[in-house]
Design a protein. Structure first.
Ligand SMILES: [Zn+2]
Length: 123
């Protein structure tokens, strides 16, 4: 089996992103683009509460993309559940928790399998 190049892995990770994600009572659109909502151009991602969009910056490695995705979802969770602060403490929480969750999933694939098997909502 031929090993995928790093660029192929990056392309595949972006192609397989979900187009939307449900967080609480809100559906959020997932877009890949440079953030148009912020004056800070160095952001890896951005969550817009008004448009209910999560934007992910292109050209991240799959690990960075996954971390950014979770990070922005944490901000959306805070917004939806009334925990939004938008201050440095929230940013620190999102950074540290996204890092922890990424490590949890990377280090424990059997946990992911178990979680998905026994925690799906019935259709
Ligand atoms: Zn953030």
């Amino acid at each position: 089996m031929q090993r995928q190049s790093e660029q192929e892995l990056i392309d595949e990770a972006y192609e397989n992103l979900p187009q939307k994600i449900r967080i609480g009572y809100m559906t959020w659109a997932i877009e890949v683009s440079e953030s148009a909502d912020s004056s800070v151009n160095k952001e890896f991602g951005h969550m817009n509460q008004l448009s209910q969009k999560i934007r992910l910056r292109p050209d991240q490695t799959p690990q960075s993309l996954a971390n950014t995705f979770i990070h922005e979802c944490l901000h959306a969770i805070h917004w939806v559940y009334g925990l939004w602060r938008g201050d440095p403490d929230e940013e620190q929480f999102a950074n540290q928790t996204a890092n922890g969750l990424c490590a949890l999933f990377q280090d424990n694939p059997e946990f992911e399998t178990w979680f998905l098997k026994y925690n799906r909502l019935s259709d």
